[in-house]
Design a protein around this ligand. Structure first.
Ligand SMILES: Nc1ncnc2c1ncn2[C@@H]1O[C@H](COP(=O)(O)OP(=O)(O)OP(=O)(O)O)[C@@H](O)[C@H]1O
Ligand SMILES: [Mg+2]
Length: 326
């Protein structure tokens, strides 16, 4: 997919990301990791990383790792020589070859199995590969951008993601914050999408009634920017009013706001607290999870995790000591 627009938003969180994109794009980094929940803009950012790099005139190849059948990895990536012994008639050049000089975007990278992960790591380290049926290595110059919405650190612990590949990819990584952590960006994005849909659907929708701002600010946006975009498009298609009104917001979202589920993430809460723990144990455990989560989102950086949690670095360290975290 090709996105034509810019990264929209002026929250501190997204400005930080934009700065990072600029810096990384112009750097010589050959492997970049993008982490973000679903719909946060990983695809968009991968594309910007390519466009702002010296590679922009070369190909940007987009691969969803979940869609590559396990036994076809070599064929798809490395390609295959026209065979004397095999029944391959035409040479298949493969994705690596297609991306040479440019960027290869590997979306949902933890979907690769262990063997494919090993091959990817080999490629990152040696920057050469061998086509199936060939006896010669070919050198390549590719920037690999890997994306995931999973916390890779957890995947490593669960034995699903190779430790060495994880460390290799961690070197340069960009964390995209969820929409709910971007202040009023939901409003700025809504304005942008309304303009877009006015054009696309030949409409003249002008803004929204005031309570919509409150709704957009308070809602948890589990599907992030994509959810907001889809919500507005749905309203454009189904409603005829020239303004976005509260009655256009799906009952599902209103119910969630009323029950306060948005603020407490009720699912994970029951999961963590369980049924027969003391209040003390349950709250401590909850605090540990929150801190661990913040730390892993910020790659273990204490002061950034503290920022995310709205604590001073000192207060966070104090909490961690109290909870016997290392
Ligand atoms: N900051 C932003 N400014 C403008 N548009 C954005 C922004 N972030 C996301 N979008 C738009 O939201 C939609 C979802 O973004 P994208 O597909 O990049 O998300 P993703 O993180 O790759 O999601 P998934 O994990 O589901 O693949 C796209 O239409 C994209 O253009
Ligand atoms: Mg995507």
């Amino acid at each position: 997919m090709m996105y034509s627009h810019e990264i929209i938003g002026d929250s501190t969180a997204i400005l930080e990301v934009k700065k990072m994109v600029q810096r990384v794009a112009r750097s010589k980094a050959l492997a970049v990791l993008i982490y973000g929940e679903t719909g946060t803009g990983k695809g968009l950012i991968a594309e910007k990383l390519h466009q702002q790099s010296v590679r922009s005139q070369k190909p940007f190849i987009d691969v969803n790792c979940a869609s590559i059948p396990v036994d076809l990895f070599d064929q798809e990536f490395f390609g295959q020589e026209r065979g004397k012994l095999s029944n391959v008639l035409l040479r298949n050049n493969g994705l690596i070859n297609a991306a040479n000089g440019g960027t290869l975007f590997l979306d949902e990278v933890p979907e690769l199995n262990h063997l494919s992960q090993t091959k990817l790591l080999g490629l990152l380290d040696r920057r050469r590969f061998r086509r199936i049926g060939s006896v010669r290595d070919v050198e390549v110059d590719i920037r690999f951008i890997c994306a995931t919405n999973r916390i890779l650190f957890k995947e490593v612990k669960a034995g699903k993601f190779r430790n060495d590949l994880y460390f290799r990819l961690q070197v340069v990584s960009i964390n995209i914050p969820p929409l709910r952590e971007r202040g009023d960006d939901s409003l700025i994005l809504a304005e942008y999408f309304i303009k877009e849909f006015n054009r696309r659907y030949g409409r003249t929708v002008k803004g929204w009634e005031p309570s919509i701002s409150e709704i957009f600010r308070a809602y948890h946006w589990p599907g992030n920017v994509r959810e907001l975009e889809n919500l507005l498009e749905r309203i454009f298609v189904l409603e005829t009013d020239d303004q976005i009104l509260v009655k256009h917001i799906p009952p599902r979202i209103m119910r969630e706001l009323e029950s306060g589920a948005s603020l407490t993430h009720s699912n994970s809460l029951t999961e963590i607290i369980g049924v027969n723990k003391s209040f003390q144990d349950a709250t401590s455990e909850f605090q540990v999870k929150i801190i661990q989560n913040a730390l892993s989102l910020k790659n273990g950086k204490l002061s950034q995790a503290a920022d995310l949690l709205g604590l001073s670095r000192h207060a966070l360290r104090h909490q961690m000591n109290k909870l016997h975290m290392r």
